[in-house]
Every structure is written in C-alpha cells, then in structure tokens.
Design a protein around this ligand. Sequence first.
Ligand code: PMP
Length: 304
Amino acid sequence: SLQYPEWIWHNGRIKPWAEATTHVMSHALHYGSSVFEGIRCYQTANGPAIFRLTDHNKRLFASAKIYDMPMPYSLEQINQACREVIVANGNATDYLRPVAYRGLGGFGLAADTPTEVAVATWRMGQYLGASVVESGIDACVSSWQRFAPNTIPAGAKAGGNYLSGQLVAREARRLGFGEGIALAATGLLSEGAGENLFLVFDGVLHTTPVSAALLNGITRNSIITLARDAGIAVVERDLPREYLYLCDELFMCGTAAEITPIRSVDGRQVGEGRPGPVTRRIQELFFGLFDGRTPDRYGWLEPL
Ligand code: PMP
C-alpha cells in the first residue's frame, strides 16, 4: 500500500496530507481543468537540488495561460512552496507535483471558478520500474493516437491531456509492455504516454518535433543541450513509425522516466537489444549533472 508523506502545500500553507481536500463539485474534477508539473529533486555532490525548478514552474504558468486560468501566486511563491514542502517532509522525497486547478464556484464550462494550488512531494524512485535505466524496456505503438493540434494543445501540461496518456499507458501495460508510444494525428511519431522520444541513427540523435502533438519536455531540451555541447548532433524531425524498428538505438526521456532505453518495439529488437553507446553517453551526461561529472553550465541545479 502507498505510504503518503506527512505534509503538503495547499492554497498558501503547509498542512497535513489528510487535510488537503477539495470539493467533489470542483470544476477540475468534472472537466479536466487542471495544469501541473512533475519535477525531480536530486541529492547532488553539492547537496539537494531541484532540477530546473524555475523552468518547470514557468511551464506551469504557461499551461495556465493557455487555459486562461488565473494564478493566485507568483512564480517565486510556487518555487518557494516546492522548496518548503520538500524540507517539511525531511528532504526524503525525490519528486514534486505542483498542480493548479479550477475549484468550486460554478458548474458551467466557462465558469470563472477560483484557482486552487497544491504542491505535493513523494518518493518516486524509478518510474518505469527497477533497473530499466540499465536494461531498457519493451515498448509498443499504441492503437490510440495523440490528439490533433487543433483539438487540445499538447504544449499545455493539463490534467485533461492525460486521458490520452492513460489510454496509451494502460493499453501497453495490459498487453505486457513497459510503455506505449503514440502516433500523432498525422500518422507520424509523436511521443510516449509520458515521455519524449530519441532515436539514434549513425551516431546522430533524432527527436520528434513539437508540431507532432507532444509536450515540449524539459528533459528533452536538457538532452538536446547536453548532446550538442558534447559534440553529438541532434535533429528535430518528422519520423515515421517504422524508424522505431530500424534505428540503432532508442530511448525515452522525461522527468519521471529520466533516460530509459527501449530494447524492443512491437516485438522487433532495437539495435543490439541493449542500451547502445550514444544512449549510455547521454545517460552519463545527464546523471553526471547530479554527481558532479557534468558541469552545470546553465544553472539547472537549483539548491533547496
Ligand atoms: N510528454 C508527456 C506527455 C509528459 O507527460 C512528459 C512528462 N512531463 C514528458 C513528455 C516529458 O517532459 P519533461 O521532460 O518536462 O518531464
């Protein structure tokens, strides 16, 4: 059974987990009107640090802006709430979940309900299961497509988007796969249920473009930056499904998934069926940020 942390930040203050309640008639529960973030806290060589805290919370505000959801706190207040809730729970957690949602105050779709905000933290560990960061997962292409760009904006990290993610992830698990990959409405590759994709061809990283109905991931952006700094070429491009089978290496990335190699797709072995040299190099560069092997050139490690 789940062990919940003791404290949570809700509507301006730290309170006991059990007291962070909201009304069942809150707008978000009925209509998906919430925006959120997922952020990791790492124990680094220089103490605890939240990875790209400000960039994540800027994306939270961007998501709220897309949905015209007023934010009752400043960016700095949300950053501070993130720090506070980790400290309150004894710095024993590794994942942060800020969420802003339309609360109680009207039942119509366009109702101007008050925005409520919470920041939770918990211990996540490896999202896709123990040791997959070393061994890789078996993935499948989902029978569910991503929403088209003129239906729901993929650039907002909104609660309602994750109906799509749940269909993709639950189908994959039901069929015995570690994760599902969705195609965009164009038929071209989009992303995983909660992860962006990188394919390797001849030592070059290829990642799908934001026009393919995907979330502009902060891990994806970090990998592009780290790779280019290390002299590894990166291209953002449209990719057809079969390239998943033909690439030399393939991995997923995201705050939760970190850098998870994919060893097969739809039963076809990818490359050698184990994490390849470029994937390993990217893992080294990324995880190196936290043990000090990779210099933090961009101030991504924000101290607690
Ligand atoms: N795509 C989706 C649909 C996601 O939910 C996530 C996780 N936030 C990502 C990609 C990866 O984004 P990030 O690296 O910012 O966590």
